[in-house]
Design a protein around this ligand. Structure first.
Ligand code: DAT
Ligand code: MG
Length: 140
């Protein structure tokens, strides 16, 4: 597998629940390298671009509400096969079905039916990773 970079976000629920360190610990324990890291409160504009593929879906508005509800921690993480690798550390999108041993399976919670508060984001392909890293960390 080739050396890759991916965008990891600890979402507002993860930051509020003081799980940032636990998420980053798992990233480092897997052998990945954190090459950029910043806590910030993000704009609707950035998130609309970030989640462009989900525009028009019923959960889009609630998702933006959730993602702007508090600070997030964004990181660029590097490693061999890290794009798939972080997705597997994170587990399934819905914490209810995420496997034990994964971030979402061990720590995620689902509230109601409108938004999945699933602690983390990870890019889903090399194309998404390049696009998202450019959006969140234009200096890289
Ligand atoms: P992932 O974050 O696993 O890449 P995604 O890109 O399909 O999942 O969706 C982005 C986020 O939107 C996801 O982390 C939580 C929310 N979401 C996705 N599908 C949803 C659904 N059916 N109902 C509510 N929220 C959803
Ligand atoms: Mg996604």
């Amino acid at each position: 597998t080739s050396l890759e970079r991916t965008l990891v976000i600890v979402k507002p629920d993860g930051v509020a629940r003081r799980l940032t360190g636990e998420v980053l610990r798992r990233v480092e324990a897997k052998g990945y390298t954190i090459v950029a890291l910043e806590q910030r409160t993000v704009s609707r504009e950035l998130l609309t671009e970030h989640y462009a593929e989900h525009q028009g879906k019923p959960f889009f508005e609630p998702l933006l509400e959730f993602m702007t509800s508090g600070p997030v921690v964004a990181a660029v993480v590097e490693g061999h096969g890290v794009i798939e690798g972080f997705r597997s550390l994170a587990g399934a999108t819905n914490p209810t079905s995420a496997a034990p041993g994964t971030i979402r399976g061990d720590l995620g919670r689902e509230w109601g039916t409108t938004v999945v508060q699933n602690l983390v984001h990870g890019s889903d392909s090399p194309e998404s990773a390049a696009r998202e890293i450019g959006l969140w960390f234009p200096i890289l």
